[in-house]
Design a protein around this ligand. Sequence first.
Ligand SMILES: O=C(CO)COP(=O)(O)O
Length: 248
Amino acid sequence: MRTPIIAGNYKMNNTVSEAVKLVEELKPLVKDAKCDVVVCPTFVCLDAVKKAVEGTNIKVGAQNMHFEEKGAFTGEISPKMLEEIGVDYVVLGHSERRTYFNETDEAINKKVKAAFAHNITPIVCCGETLEQREAGVTDDFIACQIKVDIAGLTKEEAEKVVIAYEPIWAIGTGKTATKEQANETISAIRKVVAGMYGQEVADKVRIQYGGSVKPNTIKDQMAMSDIDGALVGGASLVASDFAAIVNY
Ligand SMILES: O=C(CO)COP(=O)(O)O
């Protein structure tokens, strides 16, 4: 069976000292978690947070990265740099990066491959706008994203990919997709993966739901057949809230 994975995306919040304080608070609260636990602070916090969680069950993820190893890409961070400090995961293709930084599916695909080349597990985000949901094109739109985002992987890589389904209209709005909506879309995503890599791979791929996940929503969400965890924004910034989600 798939081990659930719950990740906190801190977005552009917390200084180094604040992020370390937050994970120090979190450590004892999640030590008996039954799922994989990941925190994704900003780049400048990664090294300090990685050291702070050493020897615990908390894994560390970055929120983005470039696909090249090095070079003239001012302001960017490479997979090799993340690998050296022991980063375990990287969030790729978050809707905020797609919207504000014009990230394309083609670039996301290069990043996914680069992550695997550096022993980092990608958490690949996808999701529709409210207009797309209302127009009934959610499944088609997300299929287009996923077919490019995770193209060209080996079977072993494809099994390890984590996908985060995050409807854009549910991010930071307090409006969650209903558990049925989330489960239906996630099961449609699993079918896309099955079409690309076969049913055996699709059965292993973990697909999270993200979008206003809170301590009082998680239990119902996790009870659904296809939801394998959560990518949590706002609620991951409060240790007790994130711990309550992790210990659903
Ligand atoms: O974008 C998200 C996680 O990546 C979700 O954010 P919120 O949980 O704040 O809605």
